[in-house]
Structures are given as structure tokens and as C-alpha cells.
Design a protein around this ligand. Structure first.
Ligand code: ATP
Length: 240
């Protein structure tokens, strides 16, 4: 049973009306891994992440989490299975304080271990502790991204899904955020599914990666293997 992936996508097809965004994709995320999904704008990366959450729902294929078929499960029940996400555009609550944003994250598991988890995210992101009483909307882009990740962590996820955490951030901030993700994975074995356009950083961080083109997975391998492939370098690394 140990060998079964924590998350498994099989033949997943997702549509927006008549537009087919996912054309039958297979992805595995094993417990304790960082897995990244890279690809150009519009390839279907965000749709993949959202389909795991059931919004939009896969029209064909299966999404299996921890051995349970969640393809047809309502989104709020999927969240209760300990899958947390930090969506693209770091949708924090701008009018709520940093502290209140973190409370929202903890509400998913009814504030079990709240003090302990708050301490943990403040240790990971000391800036958030300094800014706890401040409204989310007044934070810098990097701090908002940290808050989005911290909020997700407050629910003690078994799977953390991140959609383009590097988007619009300065290289130094990207480095900091990726270091925290690597650290969480190493120290706590946190399983991470990372959707990224920043292929270089993502493949350096990830144990394994998938390349997506136009709704299909076209390549997969370890992060190092994909980084070394000429097609990957040409399409996603050079000049990017
Ligand atoms: P990005 O990095 O820009 O977010 P992506 O790889 O995440 O790109 P998706 O956002 O998943 O790609 O989009 C996949 C395809 O589905 C694109 O062709 C896009 O235009 C289309 N699409 C996405 N959202 C919708 C929607 N709400 N309605 C219709 N088509 C959509």
C-alpha cells in the first residue's frame, strides 16, 4: 500500500464548454515528493490543479487521492481531505489582517492545533509575524505569496498544491519561497505539487516533473533529467 501514489490522475479530460483544456493526462504524486508541472502559458497547468479540486470537474478520467476516487467529490469535501492550495494570483483576503487570513486557513480543520501551527508558520515566515495585525492587501507581492502558502499550511495539508508561486516576484523573493518549500519537504516530508512557468527553478526544486503542451503531458522525468533535455532547455529555459 505504501507504493501507491498519494495523488493519481488517469486519463483526465477537462472542458470549458466546448473547449477541451485537458486531453487525457496521467500524473502521479508520491507521498514525500515535490512534483512540478511546467509548460507555456495556456498549456493547461492551472486547469490541472483546479480539476484536482473538482472545479472544473474532469469530464473523463479519474482523480484518486490516498486511494479514494475524488473525481466527483464536491470541492469543499476535497479540501477536507487535507489537500490545500495556494491559487495563482495568491488570492489572499486583502481586507483581512494577516492573522485573520491564517485563521481562515485553520478553519478548514476546525482550529485543531491552532497555536502550534501559527508558531510554525511564523517561524517559516518571520515577516508574517511582524505583519500579523496588518491588512493582507498592504503586503508586498512576495509577502502576499508567503501568506498564501502559510494560510494553506495552517490546515496541515497532506498535499500542498501551489500555482505559480513565483509569478511577478523578484528573483531573490522567488529563491526565498522555494527554499521554504524545499525545507518543508526535507524536514517534514511535505508532499508538494507545484505548477510553474518558471521551469528552471521548479525543476531544480522538484524530485520529478511533467511537461505539459496544449492539454497533454509530453515529457516526464526527474527534475535533473528534464533540466538536461535539449527540448526542455530550448522551449522553457533559454531566453526565459
Ligand atoms: P497560465 O500559466 O496562463 O495560467 P496554464 O498552463 O495554467 O496557463 P490554463 O489556465 O489551465 O493554462 O488554460 C488552459 C486552456 O484553457 C487555455 O487554452 C485557456 O485559454 C483555456 N481556459 C482556461 N480557463 C478558461 C475558462 N474559464 N473558460 C474558457 N477557457 C479557459
Amino acid at each position: 500500500a505504501d507504493a501507491a501514489p498519494l495523488l493519481q490522475l488517469r486519463g483526465v479530460e477537462t472542458f470549458y464548454g466546448k473547449i477541451q483544456a485537458l486531453k487525457g493526462i496521467d500524473i502521479d504524486v508520491n507521498s514525500g515528493e515535490i512534483v512540478t508541472l511546467i509548460g507555456a502559458n495556456g498549456a493547461g497547468k492551472s486547469t490541472t490543479m483546479m480539476t484536482i479540486f473538482g472545479a472544473p470537474r474532469a469530464r473523463r478520467g479519474r482523480v484518486v487521492f490516498d486511494g479514494k476516487d475524488i473525481t466527483a467529490l464536491p470541492t469543499h469535501l476535497i479540501a477536507r481531505l487535507s489537500i490545500a492550495q495556494s491559487p495563482e494570483g495568491r488570492r489572499i483576503f486583502p481586507r483581512m489582517t494577516v492573522f485573520e487570513n491564517l485563521q481562515m486557513g485553520a478553519s478548514i480543520n476546525n482550529f485543531a492545533h491552532f497555536d502550534e501551527d501559527l508558531e510554525r508558520v511564523f517561524t517559516l515566515f518571520p515577516r508574517l509575524k511582524e505583519r500579523a495585525p496588518q491588512r493582507g492587501g498592504t503586503l508586498s507581492g512576495g509577502e502576499q505569496q508567503m501568506l498564501a502558502i502559510a494560510r494553506a499550511l495552517m490546515s496541515r495539508p497532506r498535499l500542498l498544491m501551489l500555482d505559480e508561486p513565483s509569478l511577478g516576484l523578484a528573483p531573490l523573493v522567488v529563491k526565498q519561497i522555494f527554499e521554504v518549500i524545499a525545507d518543508l519537504n526535507k524536514r517534514e516530508g511535505l508532499t508538494v505539487f507545484l505548477v510553474e512557468q518558471n521551469a528552471f527553478h521548479a525543476l531544480k526544486l522538484a524530485h520529478r516533473g511533467y511537461v505539459m503542451v496544449n492539454g497533454l503531458v509530453t515529457m516526464q522525468g526527474t527534475g535533473a533529467e528534464l533540466l538536461a533535455r535539449p527540448e526542455v532547455r530550448a522551449a522553457y529555459l533559454e531566453g526565459g
